[in-house]
Ligand binder design. Structure first.
Ligand SMILES: [Zn+2]
Length: 104
């Protein structure tokens, strides 16, 4: 994948949100440098889920579509405003191949 560096940084952040330690999520916006990132999981159609990362300062929004239910998924991480956006967002989605996928 050759993503612009800002998108690559957001992708790295997205992987921490979906699968990593939630306490270590980097909230620094790669576009404006402020600590102003928020995120929301969304439900597309299980097992497909979405993730939005948005900056409350510069208003950039990135959407990711996930191929399986993220390990860190919780209903209370689904924000209504982003769930509403979900249906319109597929054209902008970046597919994340979930890492550490275990077959059992
Ligand atoms: Zn920003």
């Amino acid at each position: 994948m050759s993503l612009p560096p800002e998108k690559q940084k957001l992708l790295d952040i997205a992987i921490v949100i979906t699968d990593g330690d939630m306490n270590n999520v980097n909230s620094t916006c790669p576009y404006c440098g402020k600590h102003s990132l928020i995120f929301s999981f969304t439900i597309i159609e299980p097992p497909r889920y979405g993730l939005f990362i948005a900056c409350t300062e510069c208003k950039r929004v990135e959407h990711f579509s996930l191929t399986e239910k993220p390990k860190n998924f919780r209903e209370d991480f689904v924000l209504e405003e982003f769930q509403k956006l979900e249906n319109e967002a597929h054209n902008f989605a970046i597919d994340i191949e979930m890492k550490n996928k275990k077959k059992s």
